[in-house]
Design a protein around this ligand. Sequence first.
Ligand code: LIP
Length: 297
Amino acid sequence: MSTHPRDESDAAAAAPAAKRSRLESVDEFYETAVAVAREAGATIRAAFDKNKSVMLKSASTDLVTETDQKVEAFIINSFKDKFPSHKFIGEESVAAGIQCELTDDPTWIIDPLDGTTNFVHRFPFVAVSIALVIDKAPVIGIVYNCILDEMYTAVRGRGAFKNGVQITTSQQTAVNTALIGTEFGSNRKDEVLATILENMRSLAGEPNAAHSIRCLGSAALNLCAVASGAMDAYFEFGIHVWDIAAGILILQEANGVVRNPDGTELDIMARRILGACTPQLADEITSRIKNIVTPRD
Ligand code: LIP
C-alpha cells in the first residue's frame, strides 16, 4: 500500500500518451521501491539485536556485515526481476569490485544499510536508502529507518513525506540559531580529522556559535532530519553517492537546498554534500568551513 499521495493523477489523465505512460511508470517504480525497502527493513530489524560478524572494508572505521550484503542482493534482485533494463549502483556491489558508473539510463542507487556502524552497535539510526536516478537526477527517493519505522519518501515534483505526512524544512537562516549535522566519516587520517574537527569548532564555537552539532551516523538520515525540520543543515566530506542519492531528493522536495559544501552546484559523484533548510544558512556554513579533497566515486 502506497504512503505517497498521487497528487498528479489529474495531470496524468490530461497528459499526452507518452507523458502519461512515463507518469504511470514512475508510480510503479515508486510502489515497488517502497515495498522493497519495507521488506529489506524487516530483514535488518530481525538482525538488529543479534550478534553480528563484522568485517572491515577500507579501514577499521569502515564496517560491513553479512546483513548489508544479503539485503543489497535482495534489493537488486527484486528490481532486476521487475525492471530488467535498469542499471544499478550498490554500495556492497562496488565494494565487491563492480564499477561505479552513472549514465543517463534509469539507475537504482542503493545503500542497503546506511549507518552500518550504528547497526553494529545497536544505535537505532539505520536506514535502507533507495534512489531511482534518470538522466543523472534523482526521480524517486526512499529512506526507511527500519528500527524506528520512519519511512521518508519523495517523487520529483510531488513533495516529501514521512510516514505519509508531508514534511518541510525549518526556516533558520543563521548558524547561531541552527542545529547542524556532520560526521567523522571513515577516513581518520590525521590531516583529514584535523579539518573535520576544525570545521566543527568553526561552527560550534564563538562568535556566532551554532545551537549544537549532531552526528546521526547515517548520511541518508541526516538529510531526512534536515528535510523534516529536526536539524537545520548537514554537511559531510567522504560520503558516497549511495549514501546521499535518495536523501538529496527528499530534502529538495521538502524545500531545502543541496550543494557542494563550497557553494557550487551539487555534483553527486564528488563525495561531498551540504544540505540546508535555507540558502542563507547554506551560504554561512560554506563561508565557515574548509574543503576536504576526496577522489570521486
Ligand atoms: C556511512 C555514512 C555516514 C558516514 C560513514 C558511512 P554506511 O555509510 O552514511 O554518513 O559518516 O562513514 O559512510 O557505510 O554506514 O553505509
